[in-house]
Write a protein that binds this ligand. Sequence first.
Ligand code: AMP
Length: 408
Amino acid sequence: MGDHILTINAGSSSVKFALFSVEEGAELLVASGQADGLGAAPRFRTRIAGGEDSEDALNASNHDEAFRVIMNWIVTTFADAIVVAVGHRVVHGGLNFAAPAIIEEETVSQLRSLVPLAPLHQPHNLAGIEAALLAFPGVPQIACFDTAFHRGHAFVDDAYALPRDYFDRGLRRFGFHGLSYESIACQMSSIDQSRAKGRVIVAHLGNGASACAMKYGRSVASTMGFSALEGLPMGTRCGQIDPGLVLYLIEHEGMSVAELTRLLYEQSGLKGLSGVSSDMRALEASRAPQAQNAIDYFVHRLRMEIGALAATLSGIDALVFTGGIGENSVRVRAAALAGMDWLGLTLNHAANIRGEMMISDAKSAAAVYVLRTDEEAVIARQVIETAGIRQGSRNPPFDGEDLTRAAR
Ligand code: AMP
């Protein structure tokens, strides 16, 4: 089967993976899947390109065990595949990583120092890297960063109005979901080349949510900042709040750092506001007034951020919805665009309900798209470029037998 790239996206309760073959320097999806529900009711789902889907209960209580199950599945299903490189989604690259990086010992310790900036994500990303280093000794491991897409913003888009030395020390806005935004920028350039070069706002609305303003397919502003808390409300994260409120909770309610971390990262957002669920599907299905309040708040903040990003861009040529909510929620898209004609955004309701790729009306000055993000393909592409992989261009670091051994 030849050279393959494995991508790993290790989150708090799931490990997603994808296997790509490399054909003349381009990635071709062979299979993908995920171990999810880790720590609760784990499931293992797989999908073979052009073949079967499967789903089973998973006998794994932690990430290491999940990783072993994934490796075993790949080895037994694709016995001839030679994995020549592994790409990892890494949420935070800090100031030092503006591009994908080959992981060396020093890289791991640099990435570990960024854990406080992304406590919900970075430890799991690192666990995925460590598991893959063990399973694939000698195989290049590449870190692909969510922050890298946003490096190069103007000072005003990266700064907080704190004393200047805070900015110089790296206490600044970074932005996240960069792999998703790169996926959308790439798709836009083939779907609508002229608008892709113009003023594009992408709303990545999933369990984590942010929006990004782009020009020439590059990020110029993002709603997420120093940590993955700022901006839009999310499944369990608060999004924008007044820092004075945090001071109040510390001073008058005696909250500790650990309690605040739990409150802001795990108990807020849609889950906190609704008291029902962090999951948009569940909220849409719920009759509880608090569930409807939570959706209304989500949409309200989204509309505010679209307006703010449009001001940054001096207008808008295209708006793209992506992420689980952006790709699937007819209701959120319709509510976000209601009365937005002043900004040149007019919804084609029928196209929205049908879930078409283009959902703007013919009289809409700006185009509105719904595009499926593909972070795994972006990781694979970054791996190919960073490791210089072409079909047959490398000596396989190890063969199928080694892979079987590694997975045991
Ligand atoms: P993601 O993190 O990108 O996987 O997105 C997860 C979010 O997408 C959850 O809030 C889901 O409820 C939401 N989602 C997925 N499918 C739908 C759907 N058909 N309608 C509304 N929300 C959905």
